[in-house]
Design a protein around this ligand. Structure first.
Ligand code: BGC
Length: 687
């Protein structure tokens, strides 16, 4: 019997109570099954940086097993900093394999919300401020996860861009910004990677809770995008039985343990019995869940077993960490450090010796291990360098900051080199809260200034999920590195970059503003809002704002240096216009002009020079990462299609790839354009 008929037959055999059991939480991370018909529950787990530790079904106390230590992956912003789609795919494979190995059916990842504000506490769980980069990485992660007979759960649909008031905030945003900025990653995920599940968001959109929004779930997701998977609510995001049933939600989850009282539990049975809700309105939900179970081979003997904590997984997270580390500044070539010349190295800063995996709430990971920067440095520098560590500052109030400060400065004075490892931690980068600002906490600015005064060979390493302010000392600092929670091998990768064993190739997936008030949402006073937050900046999120309005950032989107240099040349553009699409290919050469091997992230932006509607100054529409030996030249192709040139027309509710002239910008960052050429489109395409 084919699966469609089998599903129909199962649904016909089910009682109302059995159907309802399948569509709400019957444990904190599982639904109810139907034992009578051999239907198992769905077992879920967070989250993006690895498979979360196990909890009891009916309380939030961790079971404290010793068998749920796992591979701790780099954060999604770290992954995004690699700009390497193949690594995103590998990260997904690791996550999916570990989830299956731990017996999970659904892994609640990836998070793909846009980084609207640099202070959002969950930014590090998401990918980028740019919809194209977010979409490309998300598609690859999901494909990697689902190879393992585990469902990805792309989240949180939609406009969950802040933690402040997240359960009730009502987002007011126009259609064009939704379509051009906030939807593309979900759209691409659904259309290209088919995530078997999707999570609704906590917040409201235009007055309606996202997890039961007719517009979001029925009209856009299941209607326009033809989504055939299962929509799961965020935990506690459901507020009404009728809306949940009719507005496109398939499974209600919550943080409370009164499972039978969930909106889609006993209250639903009551409303069906009273004739207020039709029982058959549940059938589509059951059918979707059963279809998912068949896809995951949950009724088969040949379902993939999965594995966790494999050597291969460690190797992969190390590869990702290596490519995620971003060299922001390197004047006077302080980096890489020359081990031979460094007899005494002083490492300073709490993040040098701090483990981040257990923080961040639902993204917290019980890591098998986590190599801190200090251990990475000791491991890689070896025994001939005397390495001393000083905390320098402390996140704990009980410590005496003055003593920590003074001893660090004294130690730094005579050292051959100093590596300061600071930034923030998951007290700031966390679920449930946004950061108050971008100022470095715990008096780090003063300490960094002092260290730079007493020792010119001071490298500043910032560990943080998203930007921090650096203006107080950036001019004085010869070398600055950014690392965004790079997983269990993050310390190893950092040490390798410091020593030049690895040539850094990360580039920022987010603009670093000079101050928070330079960020669009903050500048216009539209963050975080009380009841409603108005996204009045519209399309002008991230570099779209900075570049259009000529606001100088601290570091622009796409910025990242290498220990070598790259030269771009010989750009040629070919174009083919068909009835319904267009294919533009930019071909050019990239040469490694230095003496060490390295990788360059090449970004392709489109600038619409004549448009009916106002558009951002440039938009990322293609990228590639190219690995080059010293003096090696490679020919690179970036491809663009109608989507690369189109804008969304609110009034006609249609995408328009408008005739006229465009510029293709081939760039090393959003502000470092290396090559450009014109393209003319002769015929408008609407779709
Ligand atoms: C988060 C989700 C997470 C869920 C389950 C919620 O608070 O917003 O991202 O998957 O909890 O832990």
């Amino acid at each position: 019997m084919d699966i469609g008929n089998k599903i129909k037959e199962l649904i016909e055999m089910m009682t109302l109570e059995e159907k309802v059991a399948m569509i709400h939480g019957n444990g904190l991370f599982k639904t109810g099954g139907v034992p009578r018909l051999g239907i198992p529950p769905l077992i879920m787990s967070d989250g993006p940086m690895g498979v979360r530790r196990d909890f009891y079904d009916d309380n939030w106390i961790a079971i404290n097993n010793t068998d749920d230590f796992v591979t701790y992956l780099p954060s999604n912003t770290a992954l995004a900093a690699t700009w390497n789609i193949n690594l995103a795919y590998k990260a997904g494979q690791v996550l999916g394999n570990e989830a299956r190995g731990r017996g999970k059916d659904v892994i609640l990842a990836p998070g793909v919300n846009i980084l609207r504000s640099p202070v959002c506490g969950r930014n590090y769980e998401y990918i980028s401020e740019d919809p194209y980069l977010t979409a490309r990485m998300a598609v690859a992660i999901i494909k990697g996860i689902q190879e393992n007979d585990v469902a990805a759960c792309v989240k949180h649909f939609a406009v969950n861009n802040q933690e402040t008031n997240r359960l009730k905030i009502d987002v007011d945003v126009d259609d064009r910004a939704l379509r051009e900025i906030y939807f593309p990653a979900f759209d691409a995920a659904i259309n290209e990677a088919d995530p078997y599940t999707l999570m609704g968001a906590y917040n409201k959109l235009r007055g309606i809770h996202a997890s039961h929004s007719d517009y979001l779930l029925n009209r856009v997701l299941k209607g326009e995008w033809n989504y055939g998977g299962v929509v799961i609510s965020d935990w506690g995001a459901v507020h009404d039985t009728y809306e949940a049933v009719y507005n496109g939600l398939d499974i209600e989850m919550n943080v409370t343990t009164n499972f039978t009282e969930y909106f889609m539990a006993d209250p639903l049975i009551k409303e069906v019995n009273e004739g207020k809700i039709e029982e058959k309105s549940l059938d589509d939900k059951i059918s979707r869940i059963l279809k998912l179970m068949f896809k995951l081979k949950m009724f088969d003997d040949n379902r993939y077993d999965g594995e966790y904590n494999t050597l291969e997984h460690k190797q992969r997270v190390l590869e990702i960490a290596r490519e995620s580390i971003t060299l922001l500044k390197n004047e006077g070539k302080l980096l890489p450090l020359d081990r031979k010349k460094i007899k005494r190295l002083v490492v300073i800063g709490e993040n040098g010796d701090r483990i981040h995996s257990p923080g961040g709430d639902s993204a917290a990971i019980k890591a098998l291990y986590e190599v801190t920067p200090l251990s990475g440095i000791r491991m890689k520098f070896g025994g001939n360098t005397k390495i001393e560590y000083f905390k320098g500052y402390s996140s704990e109030e009980k410590d005496n900051d003055k003593i920590l400060f003074d001893e660090a400065v004294i130690a730094a004075k005579g050292a051959d080199a100093v590596v300061f490892v600071g930034g923030i931690n998951h007290d700031f980068d966390t679920e449930g809260f946004d950061k108050p600002d971008l100022v470095l906490p715990y008096g780090q600015d003063d300490l960094i200034k002092e260290l730079l005064k007493v020792n010119k060979n001071t490298v500043v390493v910032m560990i943080c999920g998203t930007p921090v302010e650096m203006s107080q000392w950036l001019d004085m600092a010869p070398a600055v590195i950014h690392s965004s929670y790079a997983g269990m091998e993050g310390g190893t990768a950092l040490a390798e970059v410091l020593l030049g064993n690895v040539n850094p190739s990360g580039k920022l997936p987010v603009t670093f503003p000079k101050t928070l008030m330079d960020s669009p949402a903050h500048k216009i006073g539209e963050f975080p809002g009380e009841q409603t937050v108005h996204y009045k900046e519209g399309l002008y999120v991230g570099y779209r704002y900075f570049d259009t309005y000529k606001v100088e950032p601290l570091f622009c989107f796409g910025h990242g240096l290498s220990y070598t240099t790259f030269e771009y040349s010989d750009m040629e553009v070919s174009k083919e216009e068909k009835d319904n699409d267009i294919k533009v290919i930019a071909t050019f050469k990239v040469k490694n002009t230095g003496t060490v091997a390295g990788a360059e992230v090449i970004q392709g932006y489109v600038r619409d020079t004549e448009s009916q509607l106002e558009r951002p100054e440039k938009e990322l529409k293609a990228f590639a990462k190219v690995f080059l030996q010293p003096q090696e030249i490679k020919s690179v192709e970036l491809e663009f299609d109608k989507k690369s040139f189109a804008y969304y027309n609110n009034e006609e509710a249609i995408w328009v790839c408008e005739e006229g002239n465009f510029e293709l910008l081939i760039a090393a960052s959003s502000q470092d354009i290396r090559l450009k050429d014109n393209v003319s489109i002769y015929k408008t395409i609407k779709y």
